[in-house]
Design a protein around this ligand. Structure first.
Ligand code: GLY
Ligand code: MN
Ligand code: MN
Length: 438
């Protein structure tokens, strides 16, 4: 792996400056623990997103310590080199090589962390960490504080403030830098190719998991390390179950298939949903519902630009969907009435998007001082309206069990937005053409 460390160094410098500007102190950022799945089998390892954002370092058992002050410093604590363990588990950097390869000022063995913290925290005004996120770290930091307090007779003062670091990093993570965008574009392209492969594979009589296997194949083939979340491959009535993940049903002729699947590439998520007919041709009611969701998505995308409210896209999508539900005979009443009572929620019950980045539901507040925040260039968000029509009294039978979501990933640009996920076909004509070509 050849890694350009400059973006990670730049982020550490920016965070150190922010820490200094907010009074100074020491930040402690551990990576994620390894987690046992059952007996000797572990879950695939995934580093902590905050830690990775600031380090680029992928090994478990590592902690970043940032010391703000006149000479700001970045310290890494990591596993020692261990020739014996490396025979079993593979390469580990060890502190010295990690320091040089990743540009830290200092690096130490992870076993030294507690002793070093007692030294690093002395006479500092504040500790910054993810307060309450991992109970083990809360108590480890409390213990470090107590060790400083125990040195009081030699004149050391313990930090008086324990502050949450997450909102400071979240504000940085909300605006993607060039290195992040390059990865997110590639992740989006790989996922787009996976959705095309799924469209070529699906046909009546195949199982949902056969299509899921094609998605996973394309993710991995493209260099992705893992799916960014569990893939949803939902045919027929399953498409109306928002978090359906069993993916084991036989798809039937005449049904729609909803696929919500995206890969993670070098830590960065993509998140795409496409809905298409298993047999390659939309029926009349399917097409009507599909064009409605597509129009709602277009309306939401048209709202995305710097300065626009986070919620403008959702409001626009809801308006289009609500009018469409009336026009299709799914709801009675006026548009204002449907919006006011919220009766549209029978068919559209989730929000229209979320931030996207290292986490599929990425870090960052959606409101500032109680108001939806304005978008800024560099934000990346999903746009994912849908409609889910369960059988019910008063719902025309022709629409029963139609579940549709169309989800793309959008980058806010200086004068509007750029859709990152255009590799996955979306119009009725493009989907039908690709599927006719199977
Ligand atoms: N795939 C998760 C989501 O769409 O929010
Ligand atoms: Mn999403
Ligand atoms: Mn999704």
């Amino acid at each position: 792996m050849s890694l350009d460390i400059t973006p990670f160094q730049a982020r550490r410098q920016r965070l150190l400056a922010t820490l200094q500007a907010s009074g100074g102190g020491v930040a402690i950022l551990p990576t994620a623990p390894e987690r046992l799945r059952n007996r000797d089998a572990h879950y695939g390892y995934r580093f902590d997103s905050y830690f990775y954002y600031l380090t680029g370092f992928r090994e478990p058992e590592a902690v970043l310590v940032l010391v703000a002050g006149d000479t700001p410093r970045s310290l890494l604590f990591c596993r020692n080199k261990d020739v014996e363990r490396e025979i079993w588990d593979g390469f580990r950097f060890g502190p010295e090589a990690a320091r040089d390869s990743f540009g830290f000022d200092e690096a130490y063995a992870i076993g030294e962390l507690d002793d070093q913290l007692a030294r690093l925290l002395a006479d500092q005004p504040a500790i910054f960490h993810s307060v309450g996120y991992e109970p083990d770290w809360d108590s480890r930091i409390a213990a470090a504080l107590n060790r400083v307090r125990a040195q009081a007779r030699s004149g050391a003062r313990a930090p008086e403030q324990i502050r949450d670091i997450r909102s400071l990093i979240d504000e940085m993570r909300l605006v993607k830098d060039d290195a992040e965008l390059a990865l997110m574009r590639r992740a989006a392209d790989i996922s787009g190719a996976a959705h095309r492969r799924a469209m070529r594979t699906a046909r009546p009589g195949t199982r949902e998991y056969e299509v899921e296997a094609e998605l996973l194949h394309e993710f991995r083939r493209g260099g992705s390390q893992a799916p960014a979340y569990t893939s949803i491959v939902a045919s027929g009535a399953n498409a109306c179950v928002l978090h359906y993940v069993e993916n084991d049903r036989v798809m039937q002729n005449g049904e729609l298939l909803l696929i919500d699947a995206g890969c993670e590439l070098d830590g960065y998520a993509s998140d795409i949903t496409r809905s298409f007919p298993v047999n390659g041709r939309f029926s009349g009611p399917q097409k009507a519902a599909y064009e409605l969701v597509l129009a709602a998505q277009a309306a939401a995308i048209a709202e995305i630009r710097p300065g626009a409210s986070w919620n403008a896209g959702h409001d626009a999508a809801v308006r289009v969907l609500a009018q469409g539900f009336i026009d299709l005979g799914l709801l009675a009443g006026s548009l204002d009435g449907v919006l006011e009572t919220g009766s549209y929620r029978q068919f559209y019950m989730h929000r229209t998007g979320h931030w996207l980045g290292l986490d599929v539901h990425d870090a960052g507040d959606y409101k500032l001082a109680g108001e939806w925040r304005p978008l800024v260039a560099g934000n990346v968000l999903t746009v994912e309206p849908g409609c889910y029509i369960r059988p019910a009294d008063g719902v025309p039978e022709a629409f029963w069990n139609i579940g549709i979501r169309i989800e793309d990933d959008a980058l806010v640009t200086p004068d509007g937005c750029e859709i990152l996920t255009t590799a996955a076909p979306k119009s009725v004509a493009d989907i039908e053409a690709l599927m006719a070509d199977r």
